[in-house]
Design a protein around this ligand. Structure first.
Ligand code: ADP
Length: 695
């Protein structure tokens, strides 16, 4: 271990419990909650195995009248839920970590669409997260009942094996709603003055401490600077910390609110590593108790520096712990270059809140620990290690596949790439404005390839079908990727755009702009985005920076709706606005002339714009010609001794980078199966009736 990092491995006392080190997985959503107890246990248990001193659940509603369905929570109503989460506390303890439960009430933000109880809040306000939700103003009986429920849940948490019990007040949920005058308009003893607004939170903590404080550490999570109306300012937060300090064993601090979650779960596009310290670094002024903070930290040097500065006692992580569950162990063993660094792209949030099951662009095993049985650091040894394997294409899919085949012990793996540089489309994506850290997907794999003596990397060589047949490989994996359609194929029409021909000077693909440096003849350019993620805006920003007058035209109802799933949408649109990019939504472009683009609005009106060129970000198409040529000639394959031909990644279907990495990983794990790419069901963890089925 680097002696500089030794400080990260000191034990820390929190109330009655001792953390074995300073690595702390703060509560984060997963899509598992109590719905998938085995996945929950396996996911948190993996981080415990990787060395984290504590692992926490996501938020845990302790009463049915706080329901944010379809978001999945660690519901903690009763003994039934205790049984589910007991798997998780056991898994944490088995690997020497403490387990934390984030007891939660969403207050104003609970839509209660499924449980159908009225929403509760300090006052009758409309939620700034869901404007149609108006709460019942809590009366004294509600206050008393919620506090009692919290205390009962804290006791259940203790009995379930949790070491750390939270009163969750961050992200502008119920406790913060009492503290913040934005929500709290009461005139009784729970509203008005700062002391009165603090009362609900203080009483809750005091009761919890009294009930379980001898057995569990009491943590509270607070956004110490709301950065907007729906929170409090730092000076009030420090005052609150000082007031509540006697009842708290661990201060879990962050910034923002649920409607400004973009500023808490800040992505690498808009926030530097360590960005929250500006505010959370000041909490020490108000407390001597242990503090844990977050800020997408992946650098052990920075982590050690923060501890040494005295600002925090623990290094909190959600996203970096998903990207690398073994981060602490790698630091302990001096293998810091092997850390799978979080890219800060918030694909995890998209996966969890958008699609209901955690995934990660860097760590293909995240969320697959139980249902596919994947371990991030261990792979099955190759069953026939002497099989020579050729992987064609070193984009995310090919890179991950070659690394994993190498880790499995295949003695002869060749990774051949046409371009002089590794990375596939990430070669140019990482050079678009703000997207640099996405390149970590490539950098990590380049480091691992450098350590694997059994994987040869050949760059600058484009293989033809004959080259592949002559290569001498028995297994061939094609990861040849995809490119943007130059003819303007798009979702709304499934047809080429009239006049779209990228050999013309005024028609461009993203690759032509980003890689070849092609530019329009004049200053006015339209970027036509029919896809809705990062490429259209990225190209628009690139051209705007160079002084072009950029019109970003999208067929969709908002600019980059996919970025809303990564909580980047508002920041992205603001950045485009600030860069002078004019945005037009709801227009489908159907024709291109040398001086204009023409189309139709969502309301059926004709539309046109005079421009000197257009960049087509409409739809990607697979580069599968090599696969087709090889697959169609079974005799040639047999003659060449190729017994297995597998196609992965965007060459199969163009997808997000996370899916290319996942598929590269899956192919490498399953390469010996009769059909490695076959679709197989996995455990859904449902409770099903014991019905006899006919054979
Ligand atoms: P994915 O996301 O599936 O990994 P990418 O499009 O990012 O796909 O990367 C595919 C890579 O494959 C590119 O770097 C491309 O240069 C490379 N490639 C495509 N065809 C060949 C070929 N015939 N020989 C070698 N490399 C190729």
């Amino acid at each position: 271990m680097d002696p500089n990092h030794a400080i990260l491995f000191e034990p820390v006392q929190i109330g009655p419990k001792t953390l074995r080190n300073r690595f702390y997985q703060v509560p984060h959503c997963s899509g598992f909650g109590t719905e998938k107890p085995w996945t929950q246990a396996a996911h948190r248990g993996m981080k415990a195995e990787g060395g984290w001193g504590a692992v926490c659940t996501e938020y845990a509603p302790f009463t049915p009248d706080t329901d944010e369905a379809p978001l999945i929570a660690a519901r903690f109503w009763d003994r039934d839920d205790m049984r589910a989460l007991r798997l998780m506390t056991d898994a944490a303890h088995r690997h020497g970590a403490l387990a934390g439960l984030e007891l939660h009430h969403a207050g104003n933000h609970a839509e209660n669409n499924v449980t159908r109880y009225p929403t509760l809040a300090p006052s009758q306000t409309a939620s700034d997260l869901h404007a149609h939700v108006v709460a019942k103003a809590m009366d004294r009986a509600d206050i008393e009942r919620i506090q009692r429920d919290w205390v009962e849940a804290a006791k259940r948490a203790r009995d379930c094996g949790f070491d750390i019990v939270y009163a969750y007040g961050a992200h502008s949920y119920l406790l913060m709603q009492f503290l913040s005058p934005f929500y709290n308009r009461r005139s009784d003893g729970y509203g008005g003055s700062f002391r009165n607004r603090a009362r609900f939170w203080l009483e809750t903590l005091e009761r919890g401490k009294e009930a379980v404080g001898d057995d569990c550490a009491i943590a509270t999570r607070i956004a110490v600077e709301g950065l907007g109306p729906s929170g409090i300012r730092l000076d009030e937060a420090l005052e609150f910390v000082a007031l509540a300090d006697p009842y708290v064993d661990l201060w879990d601090v962050n910034v923002g609110s649920i409607s400004l979650w973009s500023h808490d779960s800040g992505t690498s596009r808009y926030f530097e590593e360590g960005y929250q310290l500006e505010w959370t670094g000041r909490v020490r002024e108000a407390t001597g108790k242990p503090i844990v903070g977050v800020a997408r930290l992946t650098s052990p040097d920075l982590m050690a520096g923060i501890i040494r500065s005295g600002a925090w006692d623990l290094i909190g992580a959600a996203r970096p712990s998903i990207a690398d569950p073994f981060l602490p162990q790698k630091v302990a063993e001096g293998r810091t270059e092997e850390i799978r660094e979080c890219t800060g792209s918030n694909v995890c949030i998209m996966k969890v809140d958008g699609f209901g099951h955690l995934g990660c662009v860097q760590n293909p095993t995240a969320g697959e620990e139980h249902r596919r049985g994947w371990h991030p650091e261990r792979v099955e040894p190759a069953t026939n290690a002497s099989t020579p394997i050729l992987v064609v294409g070193a984009g995310p899919a090919g890179l991950e596949c070659a690394v994993t085949l190498g880790r499995r012990g295949y003695e002869m793996v060749h990774l051949v790439e046409a371009e002089p540089e590794l990375g596939g489309k990430l070669r140019w994506i990482r050079r678009l404005p703000t997207l640099g850290d996405w390149g970590r997907v490539v950098d990590h794999r380049a480091v691992m390839l450098g350590k694997l003596g059994n994987v040869a990397v050949v760059t600058g060589k484009r293989l033809s079908a004959d080259d592949v047949l002559d290569y001498g490989a028995a297994t061939v994996v094609l990861a040849t990727g995809s490119r943007w359609s130059g003819e303007g194929l798009q979702a709304n029409t499934h047809e080429p755009i009239a006049g779209a021909d990228p050999s013309l000077p005024h028609v461009m693909t993203p690759e032509q702009v980003a890689v070849l440096g092609k530019r329009p003849m004049g200053r006015r350019v339209a970027v036509y985005d029919a896809e809705g993620y990062f490429t259209g805006p990225g190209i628009a920003q690139l051209l705007a920076r160079e002084g072009f007058e950029v019109a970003l035209v999208t067929a969709l109802a908002v600019v980059s709706p996919i970025s809303d799933l990564t909580v980047e949408g508002p920041l992205l649109r603001q950045a485009l606005h600030d860069a002078g990019v004019r945005m037009t939504t709801g227009v489908t472009i159907t024709g291109i002339d040398p001086w204009r683009v023409i189309g139709e609005t969502e309301f059926g009106d004709p539309w046109s714009l005079e421009v000197d060129g257009v960049v087509l970000v409409t739809q990607q198409v697979s580069d599968d010609a090599l696969y087709r040529e090889l697959a169609e000639d079974a005799d040639a394959l047999a003659k060449a001794g190729i017994t297995r031909l597998v196609r992965i990644g965007d060459a199969v279907a163009p997808r997000m980078v996370s899916e290319a990495v996942f598929e590269g990983h899956r192919a490498a794990r399953e390469i010996e199966l009769a059909d490695p790419m076959a679709v197989r069901p996995f455990d859904r963890e449902r409770r099903v009736p014991a019905v006899e089925l006919e054979a």
